[in-house]
Write a protein that binds this ligand. Structure first.
Ligand code: ASP
Length: 321
């Protein structure tokens, strides 16, 4: 049945088994499993990789468990500023939005930028005006808020105070990551990638991370690989992490596994970053490396049972030392 496959992630971070109750764990597993199964069905029916990653990320945005769409983290000022990006590996076209707070599904806005604008990245109010003119759904900014994220902001702000008092200790020692993403290879052999995020808890207003930046948090090229990243955005931007995986494959002849582990396991940590990525190459090989305690992730090949993982063990295609 071809090599069609989809993988999704719901962010990487300090996900200790002790901190997640069995009910919470079940909720994450159920959500990931339902979303990846839906993407698998779309591909099995001949749907495009671009449609599969769009729909998977839209569903992840709709799920309050993940830091994208509803359930997004708060900025330092107690607002939401969402970023999203999508890339079509067949045409190398991409679309992205950054710093939006009133578009219900930012990934649909990114897709509209790809398909219906002459631009690649629109930000803030301009992106929102464009999205609404395209007929996308508007919501009040408070639509994205959840009590759990508000509590997380309060903890982060308290910790920041302490950390500043402690003379430059790394700000992100207790920072939770979260971003969602999807990569897919369709039956026609096309690759696509999509990434969407609320960013990082307690970020400054106007901060944009790697997620909406082509080549940093999202990249797809039919010639080699589709990648969606999650982690310390500033470091993923400095290393152009997603593109670096593609470049190592293209110019240095590394396999998907080698390239993704080199970037996530070696190059990101050297600069003080951490996180993970999901990646699929044009042969349908899959890599899901991460350096954090866990990464919410799932994958499904057309014709096979889906696999879901959270922690380091329990998912054959994830984890990195
Ligand atoms: N990479 C995202 C950002 O920096 C955050 C994350 O993946 O958790 O905005």
């Amino acid at each position: 049945m071809g090599k069609a496959v989809i993988a999704i992630h719901g962010g990487a971070g300090a996900i200790a088994r002790s901190r997640l109750s069995p009910e919470q764990e079940r909720a994450y597993v159920d959500a990931l499993s339902a979303i990846v199964t839906c993407g698998q069905a779309l591909l099995a029916g001949g749907g495009s990789a671009l449609d599969a990653v769009t729909e998977a990320v839209r569903q992840l945005e709709a799920c309050p468990l993940f830091n994208a769409g509803v359930g997004s983290v708060f900025t330092h000022q107690g607002r939401h500023e969402l970023d999203a990006c999508i890339m079509d590996g067949r045409t190398l076209e991409a679309g992205a939005v950054a710093g939006v707070s009133r578009i219900r599904y930012p990934i649909l806005a990114a897709r509209a930028v790809l398909e219906s604008s002459p631009h690649l990245l629109l930000i803030g109010e301009g992106a929102e005006t464009f999205a609404f003119l395209q007929g996308l759904e508007a919501v009040e900014p408070a639509f994205f808020s959840t009590p759990a994220r508000r509590a997380q902001l309060e903890r982060a702000q308290a910790a920041q105070q302490t950390l500043l008092d402690h003379d430059g200790a790394p700000l992100d020692s207790d920072r939770k990551f979260g971003t969602v993403g999807a990569v897919a290879l369709d039956l026609a052999g096309n690759l696509a990638a999509a990434t969407s995020t609320g960013g990082m808890t307690n970020k400054l207003a106007g901060r944009v991370g790697d997620s909406p930046i082509v080549g940093a948090g999202c990249y797809a090229n039919n010639a080699n690989v589709a990648v969606s990243c999650t982690g310390t955005g500033e470091v993923f931007m400095r290393t152009l992490a997603a593109y670096d995986i593609a470049a190592l494959m293209e110019y240095a002849g590394l396999s998907l596994q080698e390239a993704s582990e080199r970037v996530i396991g070696e190059k990101i940590p050297v600069l003080g970053g951490s996180g993970g990525a999901i990646a699929i190459d044009r042969e349908g090989n899959l890599a899901m490396p991460f350096t954090t305690e866990g990464m919410y992730r799932a994958s499904a090949r057309v014709g096979d049972a889906p696999s879901v993982g959270i922690y380091r063990e329990g998912c054959g295609e994830g984890g990195h030392g």
